[in-house]
Design a protein around this ligand. Structure first.
Ligand code: BG6
Length: 485
């Protein structure tokens, strides 16, 4: 057994930190010139995706009918100094957050940015730097300006490349001297199952037709390559990564049919987008994937210039989220299904599940790290991981979240294992380091944080920030560079 106490597994400059996204914590959804984003049009509650999947869903914001928790978030927009101070107290080396596109370009298609929006990020970044916390910025995290979804039909429309390029250029030029780490799109592959949040595509704009999803991906790949190009022109040393949702996937059994289906699941879901962004070209499995989804390649608009741009501008590292693993089974029609972040699968009898039914699998993280590193040989960054759970604020004003500590501890051990396997791992930013609004269910009660925020699903609460037991635990983990876990 590897001795974690005495061996320095993680690099000296390992990026310990936490991750959030603008739309899930900032609030201030229409303040200082910010326009609405698609996240602002998603109601709270477990039915959020069902509502967005209705054939007539048209991105209307109807505050009489629904509660929209993202509008208020956790009021980070007003309280960011207090929050960053708490991150600093935990010893964060980095903080991953996103820039709300609709704060900078309220409708998405303007030519001049909203200075008030930029001022907010000037302050946020300076606040991080004050504590020597390195910002890690996701340029686009599930928060497309609403107008681009309504008027242009989301990412299937090629015009969005220009709008994104303009946005990326503004923020890269403004912050490249202060911010070294960037990611172009959050969980770009999640559109495979649910293109609403990452592509702004709903049934009324063609989400049911996989051709639109693939076209939207292609447009995003081009946009991402343009951001990489702009960033590297400003400073060739900037680290600009892709970001994928990785779910280690196992074949249900040794039946070759399940093995093949699982291989294809890995190729299509876990690797397809990363292959394009990391290697700069479409993988050989693309033709088979398109055929399986009845997509005629002739219907896609992909130019030779696009392909050249992709080839010339690969990403520098691979950021990924990891919460759970899945099982592929094409031979047992009656197998029990499991839940998951935008993906389901068959239940794995060897694994426990979270309060939301996600299968907890730390070993799957070690496997993921090895699979990704074997395939790409580029640095990896675990930019999301964590346990969404119901926390109880006890009478003594504390939150005893030993279940979260246990989850994170096991995943950090798995990362340490992967490092000893030879994987080049840059850092770890657990998701929702402060409680925030859930992306898939719009709930506050699904909490990931080291910091409890006193706010419930109906919007009641004084938003007080309270350090959970995991806060002190993570502080020690960082202090000891991962040797005291
Ligand atoms: C990832 C997203 O899918 O998982 C985050 O990048 C999201 O935005 C996180 O919040 C956890 O998912 P959820 O649905 O529990 O909030």
């Amino acid at each position: 057994m590897f001795d974690f106490k005495s061996s320095p597994v993680f690099a000296k400059d390992f990026l310990w930190g936490g991750a959030t996204a603008a739309n899930q914590l900032e609030g201030a959804w229409n303040q200082d010139g910010k326009g609405p984003s698609i996240a602002d049009a998603l109601p709270g509650g477990k039915q959020r995706f069902a509502i967005a999947s209705q054939p007539d869903f048209a991105w209307q914001i109807d505050e009489d009918k629904y509660h929209y928790p993202n509008h208020r978030g956790i009021e980070h927009y007003q309280r960011f100094k207090e929050d960053i101070k708490l991150f600093a107290e935990m010893g964060f080396k980095c903080y991953r957050f996103s820039i709300a596109w609709s704060r900078i370009f309220p409708q998405g298609d303007e030519t001049t940015p909203n200075e008030a929006g930029l001022k907010f990020y000037d302050q946020l970044i300076d606040e991080c730097l004050k504590y020597k916390i390195q910002p890690v910025i996701t340029i686009s995290h599930y928060e497309l300006p609403l107008n681009l979804a309504k008027k242009y039909g989301g990412w299937k429309n090629r015009q969005l490349i220009t709008f994104y390029e303009r946005f990326a250029k503004v923020v890269l030029e403004r912050y490249y001297q202060k911010v070294h780490y960037w990611m172009t799109f959050n969980e770009i592959n999640s559109a495979f199952h649910f293109p609403v949040m990452s592509q702004g595509l709903v049934p009324s704009s063609g989400s049911q037709d996989f051709t639109n999803v693939v076209q939207a991906w292609h447009n995003q790949f081009v946009a991402s390559a343009l951001a990489v190009k702009i960033g590297h022109q400003l400073n060739p040393d900037l680290q600009i990564g892709c970001m994928i949702l990785y779910a280690t996937s196992y074949a249900y059994d040794a039946d070759p049919k399940n093995q093949l289906a699982n291989l294809q699941q890995m190729q299509d879901f876990n690797f397809f987008c990363a292959d394009v962004q990391v290697r700069g070209e479409y993988p050989s499995s693309t033709a088979r994937m398109l055929h399986d989804h009845q997509v005629n390649p002739q219907d896609l608009e992909i130019t030779t210039e696009d392909l050249q741009l992709l080839k010339e501008n690969p990403v520098d590292y691979i950021g990924f989220s990891y919460y759970m693993s899945t099982v592929t089974d094409v031979t047992h029609q009656d197998a029990t299904k499991s839940a998951g972040n935008l993906i389901g699968g068959v239940s794995n009898p060897f694994l426990q599940t979270s309060d939301w039914g996600w299968q907890i699998d730390p070993t799957g993280l070690r496997i993921a790290l090895n699979q990704l590193y074997d395939r790409y040989q580029k640095p990896l960054f675990v930019v999301e991981n964590g346990l969404g759970a119901i926390d109880q604020l006890t009478a003594d004003g504390k939150v005893h979240d030993d279940y979260r500590i246990d989850y994170l501890r096991q995943h950090i051990r798995a990362m340490a294992g992967a490092v000893t396997d030879g994987v080049d791992l840059m850092g770890y930013t657990p998701w929702g380091c402060i409680d925030l609004v859930s992306a898939s269910t719009g709930q506050m009660s699904k909490r990931y944080g080291f910091i409890y925020v006193n706010l419930d699903d109906q919007g009641n609460g004084d938003l007080q920030r309270i350090r959970k037991d995991s806060f002190y635990w993570y502080q020690k983990v960082i202090q000891s560079n991962g040797s005291e876990i």
